[in-house]
Design a protein around this ligand. Structure first.
Ligand code: HSE
Length: 346
């Protein structure tokens, strides 16, 4: 059965997913029996298209990448233009809404409203936007369950690296007492460059030029991006209803080249560590720079790479290392959620 998608937003992640479907569509159909079709796109700036019989993915990409808009997509009988996001979510014949629009990191909007509308309309949601999971996990997961639809958000923590699914699926049965990790590529890149002697300001500028940093890099350097991710881990992996205000958060903006040299002299290295621990039934979380010993698996994570260590009672400590951002990697995070919905796994 064809899995019909409505994309809310057609920026980097939406186009990354569309490219994967264009290039691997036949392999996904033949190897996994997964047949996806984009029936709608609604983007605040680029425009909106809906066709209940499906849109031509190669054409969508060609048009948006050459003109920056969807207006030049050719007319055909049944094609509807101009629907806003909520109309697309409510009235399209999509099975799943792929929510990849710009979201306010403080309010989680409009993505939270998009999720509510989709679940109430009986549609699944797959997303890489952190806001709805970090701010409204308990409400939205109950709403999805109550409407018998699925909610996938693998890409919210470490993009396509399976930081959420691996503990839930492959480590099930363990009591995971602690997770700690490096969840922000920008700050890890800055710390790596400072160790090479570059100033904080120059390293941040490079991270912005390379596209790692958020639109407002305060979210990276003050730890708020990592904070959102550790709140998601607490809720999803440890089943603890923590919110952002429960988590002490400190970034790396105060670290100087002298601090870096001091760590090096002590055989250590600064890392921005986000951690979530369980003592009895009490779960606490924090984000702060720490001097970690060079023998710690997290010490060897350099540049924009992310990593997470799960302390498992049965399997022991397990560390997962991988990308934390990227067009294809985050596009893949959406794909794996869609494949798991297709398989009935989430
Ligand atoms: N700005 C983030 C980072 C992107 O540097 O890791 C992924 O959330």
């Amino acid at each position: 059965m064809t899995h019909k998608l409505a994309l809310i937003g057609f920026g980097t992640v939406g186009q990354g997913l569309a490219e994967i479907l264009r290039d691997k569509g036949a392999a996904l159909r033949n190897n996994l029996g997964f047949d996806a079709q984009i029936v709608a796109i609604s983007d605040f700036i680029k425009g909106s298209l809906y066709h209940p019989g499906g849109l031509d993915i190669a054409k969508l990409l060609e048009v948006v990448q050459s003109t920056g808009k969807l207006d030049a997509y050719p007319d055909s009988p049944g094609l509807v233009r101009g629907w806003d996001s909520l109309t697309t979510i409510r009235q399209s014949n999509a099975d799943t809404v792929v929510e990849v629009a710009y979201t306010d990191i403080n309010t989680g909007q409009p993505a939270i409203d998009h999720c509510r509308a989709a679940f109430i309309s009986g549609k699944n949601v797959v997303m890489s936007n952190k806001g709805p999971v970090a701010l409204a996990y308990q409400e939205l997961s109950a709403l999805a369950k109550g409407n018998n639809v699925r909610w996938g958000f693998e890409g919210t923590v470490m993009s396509g690296t399976p930081a959420l699914r691996m503990p839930l699926v492959s480590l099930a049965g363990n009591d995971i007492r602690e997770v700690r990790g490096i969840f922000n590529g920008t700050t890890n890149y800055i710390l790596t460059k400072m160790e090479e002697g570059m100033s904080y300001e120059a390293a941040l500028k490079q991270a912005q030029e390379l596209g790692y940093a958020e639109a407002d890099p305060t979210a990276d350097v003050e730890g708020f991006d990592a904070l959102g991710k550790v709140v998601i881990l607490a809720n999803v992996i440890m089943n603890a209803p923590l919110t952002k205000k429960d988590v002490a958060c400190q970034g790396i903006s105060q670290l100087t080249l002298e601090d870096i040299a001091r760590a090096k002299a002590a055989g250590k290295r600064w890392k921005l560590i986000a951690r979530c621990s369980k003592e009895g039934d009490r779960v606490t979380a924090s984000v702060a720079p720490e001097m970690v010993s060079l023998s710690d698996p997290l010490a060897s994570i350099m540049g924009a790479t992310n990593a997470i260590t799960y302390e498992c009672d049965l399997a022991g400590p397990i560390t997962l290392v991988g990308a934390g951002a990227g067009r294809v990697e985050t596009g893949f995070s959406i794909l794996i959620d869609l494949i798991n919905i297709h398989r009935g796994n989430i």
